[in-house]
Design a protein around this ligand. Structure first.
Ligand code: GUN
Length: 295
């Protein structure tokens, strides 16, 4: 059996169409556009590429978007002052500080500084806590994208065995927390595996839905996957350059071997990646809609 390929590109396009319509509605009814600022510190090539993609999509969808490029050696005080300016700017509904930050800036301090109502990444500790108790204002973008990809691909989540490989604050922990909530599109039995897990394969082989965010190419091989499982590959590993000078990417899953065993699988690129950016846009749209209700 060769697995169905779940195209994040296609699902993302569908959601972007829905967002575009809502943006036009907001503009004509209230004269506002969702406003997003992306803040980047330094010139890490992966971060630059992610932020460029976010800005491009925001513009395509008719958002008001601003890009702040900060020098690598910006002081924490100056970065916090910049964030505070956007906290107070009524034209901006979403603030995103691209991670990772240089070593001299404490990430948690920066995440705390963002107004939770504008925290479209969903990384503020208040929003993380709200997610845990099923009261989220914003879902972190990659977990939200994974859940939407599963729902819109008609994959049964409720009652299924979900195994998450990786416990990052950006993907592993929040996706596990979302999928175990007593809610539609969730209600799964969730296991989180990580570098301290003793026998990883014994867990991954039980998964109906295997979500891999390990940060290591080919961390998941075919013998670690149950026949007929759904495999979501969150990995983005840069393994060289194409002749055209673009980064060559691969996921955390041995795609060619695992696709012969799985019932459905996401590719890299074109799987989770386009969904992450799209959910950032959806969060920003929702922040703009909430700001109207708060006026
Ligand atoms: N770095 C890697 N992924 C993300 C993300 O989703 N948001 C931000 N702000 N930084 C990241």
């Amino acid at each position: 059996m060769s697995a169905r390929i779940i195209s994040g590109q296609e699902v993302a396009l569908q959601i972007r169409g829905e967002i575009r319509q809502e943006v036009e509605g907001l503009k004509s009814a209230y004269g506002i556009s969702p406003g997003l600022v992306t803040i980047i510190v330094g010139r890490n090539p992966a971060s630059v590429s992610y932020v460029t993609g976010k800005q491009k999509t925001a513009k395509e969808l008719g958002f008001y978007s601003v890009q702040e490029d900060c020098p690598e050696d910006i002081s924490k005080a100056d970065l916090l002052a910049l964030i505070d300016r956007y906290n107070k700017n009524p034209d901006i509904h979403g603030i995103l500080v691209q991670l990772p930050l240089p070593g001299h800036i404490n990430e948690t301090d920066v995440l705390y500084a963002i107004d939770p109502d504008k925290d479209v990444d969903g990384f503020h500790p208040v929003n993380m806590g709200r997610l845990m108790i099923g009261e989220a204002l914003f879902y972190p973008c990659t977990p939200y994208g994974i859940q939407q990809l599963l729902i819109r691909s008609n994959i049964e989540i409720e009652g299924s065995e979900v195994v998450v490989v990786g416990r990052s604050n950006i993907v592993g922990k929040p996706v596990a927390m979302m999928l175990c909530q007593k809610a539609k599109g969730a209600n799964a039995t969730v296991t989180i595996c990580h570098t301290g897990t003793r026998d990883l394969a014994s867990h991954t082989r039980r998964a109906d839905i295997l979500i891999v965010a390990a940060g290591r190419p080919k961390a998941i091989t075919a013998d670690m996957v149950k026949e007929g499982a759904v495999v979501i590959d969150v990995g983005v590993n840069r393994i060289g350059m194409t002749p055209e000078g673009k980064a060559k990417l691969c996921g955390d899953v041995d795609f060619d071997a695992v696709r012969e065993k799985a019932s459905a699988i996401t590719p890299v690129p074109g799987g989770v990646g386009p969904m992450t950016i799209t959910m950032l846009m959806l969060n920003t749209l929702n922040a703009a809609k909430r700001s109207l209700k708060c006026q």
